[in-house]
Design a protein around this ligand. Structure first.
Ligand code: URA
Length: 237
């Protein structure tokens, strides 16, 4: 049987504030459900395909939040930032209120694909070193990249504080200064440290793929969107 819940609890669970605040919005006729004003806080609805608006803004009930963002430079992947605004300030407030977390952090000057969710199991699966989800980075290097340097990254470079050399799963030259590097781990500043270990330097870093999920061409810097079922499938492969 489809699960039913009263609208006050729905709004509260979806991040629209305390039960009291949600009740006030409902009584003030600021909520529509499936196209009609709902001013009864105890009215129950099927959660499946539940469409509602809050102060005119359309939403859909989602048990968990799964998002992707095109992270801009000069944003930090932390709720408590030190020098720059947080990437969470680019999300609607109810999503932040639900306690979403980004999955693996990007440095403040790194751009590109980042996943965000409030599903602990999903976060664990995507970030656990055991699952080795590959991530592809587009790396712009200060100095021209030689074939020797590429070979070195493929074979493994020794990083300070690591017991064993670390190799990229793949490394391909795009042009003299740009390489694509695929990593299975997500160690602190890993790309920058690996590039430094081959006597080069990262000038710009962008994550372009996680698992089988590419950063969509039409997702502009600073934008986010919900992950579709196809996106989630691509991530499980
Ligand atoms: N490696 C880095 O050095 N920085 C990032 O942001 C991601 C991977």
């Amino acid at each position: 049987m489809a699960k039913k819940l009263d609208i006050e609890r729905v709004l509260h669970k979806q991040g629209f504030g305390s039960r009291k605040l949600c009740r006030i919005m409902i009584i003030n006729q600021e909520i529509t459900v499936n196209g009609e004003i709902c001013d009864d806080p105890s009215a129950e609805f099927d959660l499946e395909n539940l469409q509602y608006t809050v102060k005119g803004e359309p939403w859909e009930y989602r048990k968990n939040a799964y998002l992707m963002m095109h992270k801009p430079s000069n944003y930090e992947c932390s709720h408590k930032t030190q020098h720059h605004p947080t990437i969470y300030s680019l999300l609607p407030h109810p999503l932040v209120e639900r306690g979403v977390q980004c999955i693996g952090r990007l440095d403040e000057d790194t751009t590109g694909l980042i996943l965000i969710s409030d599903d602990g199991q999903f976060i664990h699966r995507m970030s656990s070193p055991k699952h080795k989800v590959p991530k592809v980075y587009e790396v712009t290097c200060k100095h021209p990249v030689s074939e020797d340097q590429i070979a070195h990254i493929r074979q493994g470079v020794q990083l300070v504080d690591e017991d064993l050399p670390i190799a990229a799963l793949a490394c391909t030259k795009i042009n003299n200064h740009v390489i694509h590097m695929t990593l299975a781990e997500g160690k602190y500043h890993q790309v920058k440290r690996m590039v430094a270990a081959i006597s080069n330097r990262v000038e710009a870093l962008k994550r372009i793929k996680i698992g089988q999920l590419d950063l969509p061409q039409d997702l502009k810097v600073g934008e986010w969107r919900w992950l579709s079922a196809a996106d989630l499938n691509a991530l499980q492969k």
